[in-house]
Design a protein around this ligand. Structure first.
Ligand code: ADP
Ligand code: MG
Length: 325
C-alpha cells in the first residue's frame, strides 16, 4: 500500500535529508541558501552530475532503497574514474507525491552508501513532478593527479576492475529479452541495483594509470572514449574478459561477450597502464581489495577495437551490438 502523507517540502528535507553529523569540512550544510565547505590546500575540486529519470534510467518498480543507493553510486563512480575522493553531494529530488515509506527507504539506500564513503549531503532541491533524481558530487584530488580519458599511449596495457555484464544480464531479464532462473536473477540483480563504486581503486590508480573511465554504457562504448581522446586503438582478448560463472552458465560465452561489451551499468573502471607501471598495478590496487584483469593492449589508431578470441579475430553478428540497447 502506498501511504500518502501531508508532509510539506521543508518537513521532508528536515526529516529525511538533514544529516545529523556531517563531515568536519562542512562549514554550513542543509538549511541556508547555499552550503559552504572547506576545500583542502593543494587540491583540485572534481565535480560531476548524473540524473536518473523514471522510465528511462529505472523502472517504476525499482525498490526505493536500491534507487537511493544507485543515484549516489553512479556519481561516486565518476569520482572513482577521476581518482578523486568524494566528499560532498547535493540531491535534487522531483517527487510525484509524498510517500513516507518510499522516502524512508530511498534515504536509507542513499545514506548507507554515503556513510560508507564518508560523503556528506550538504543541500539540494525538492520539487513536485514526475519522479527524477539528480545528484551532484564534489570531490577532491591532489593537484595534477586526476585520472583523465586522454592520457593513454600506444603500447599501454588495458585493464578492467570486477566482472562485466552481470548488470546488463539482470536488465535483459527485467526487459524479458531472456529468462534466468530465480537464483541467477538474484545474483545479477544485486549488481544492477547495488553497484559498488570503485572509489578506493581510483586512489590506487592515481600514480600508475595513463587514462581511466568508469563503465556505464558497456566496455566497448566507454573504452572508445579513451581511445578516441588518446588517439589509440585497442586489441581485446575476449577469453580474458572477467565474466561471472552465473552469466556464462545462464547465456553461454557469445552472449556473455555481448553483455560484457555492450550491456551497460557495470560501474567498473576501465584503465590503461604504461608498460613501465605494469609491475606496480598489484601493489597499487591490493589495499583497495578490488579485483582487476588485464584484457588487452593499445596501439596507435582512432578508436578501433579489435576483438580476438583464442588468437583469432572474433566477429559479432551486426545485430549483436545493438541487441541490448
Ligand atoms: P532555496 O529556496 O533558497 O533554493 P530551498 O527551500 O529549496 O532553498 O531549500 C532549503 C534548504 O534545504 C537548502 O539548504 C537546500 O540545499 C536544502 N535542500 C532542499 N532539498 C533538499 C534535498 N532533497 N536534500 C538535501 N537538501 C535539500
Ligand atoms: Mg530551492
Amino acid at each position: 500500500m502506498r501511504s500518502q502523507s501531508s508532509l510539506g517540502e521543508f518537513d521532508i528535507i528536515e526529516k529525511y535529508f538533514r544529516q545529523s553529523s556531517p563531515r568536519q569540512d562542512v562549514v554550513l550544510g542543509v538549511g541556508d541558501d547555499a552550503a559552504l565547505v572547506a576545500a583542502p590546500e593543494n587540491s583540485q575540486i572534481a565535480i560531476s552530475t548524473d540524473t536518473l529519470v523514471e522510465g528511462i534510467h529505472f523502472f517504476a518498480d525499482i525498490p526505493p532503497r536500491a534507487l537511493g543507493h544507485k543515484a549516489l553510486a553512479v556519481n561516486l563512480s565518476d569520482m572513482a574514474a577521476m581518482g578523486a575522493e568524494p566528499r560532498w553531494v547535493t540531491l535534487a529530488l522531483t517527487l510525484p507525491e509524498v510517500n513516507e515509506d518510499w522516502l524512508a527507504q530511498f534515504s536509507k539506500g542513499f545514506y548507507d552508501l554515503a556513510e560508507y564513503f564518508n560523503v556528506s549531503l550538504i543541500g539540494g532541491d525538492t520539487t513536485k513532478g514526475p519522479l527524477s533524481i539528480t545528484v551532484t558530487v564534489h570531490g577532491v584530488v591532489p593537484s595534477g593527479k586526476a585520472l583523465r580519458r586522454n592520457g593513454a599511449k600506444p603500447g599501454d596495457w588495458l585493464y578492467v576492475t570486477g566482472n562485466l555484464g552481470d548488470s546488463g544480464l539482470a536488465l535483459a531479464h527485467l526487459q524479458q529479452k531472456l529468462s534466468l532462473t530465480p537464483q541467477q536473477f538474484e545474483l545479477c540483480l544485486k549488481q544492477h541495483y547495488y553497484p559498488q563504486p570503485r572509489v578506493l581503486a581510483g586512489y590506487g590508480l592515481r600514480d600508475i594509470a595513463s587514462a581511466t573511465i568508469d563503465i556505464s554504457d558497456g566496455l566497448a562504448n566507454d573504452l572508445r572514449h579513451i581511445l578516441r581522446q588518446s588517439g589509440c586503438s585497442a586489441s581485446l582478448k575476449l577469453e580474458q574478459l572477467p565474466l561471472s560463472e552465473t552469466m556464462t552458465e545462464a547465456v553461454g560465452l557469445d552472449q556473455s561477450f555481448q553483455l560484457a561489451l555492450c550491456g551497460g551499468e557495470d560501474y567498473e573502471l576501465c584503465f590503461t597502464v604504461p608498460e613501465s607501471n605494469k609491475g606496480s598495478v598489484n601493489t597499487s590496487l591490493s589495499y583497495s581489495g578490488v579485483p582487476y584483469t588485464c584484457i588487452g593492449q593499445l596501439a596507435s589508431g582512432q578508436g578501433e577495437i579489435k576483438l580476438q578470441y583464442q588468437g583469432k579475430p572474433y566477429q559479432f553478428e551486426p545485430s549483436g551490438w545493438d541487441h541490448f540497447n
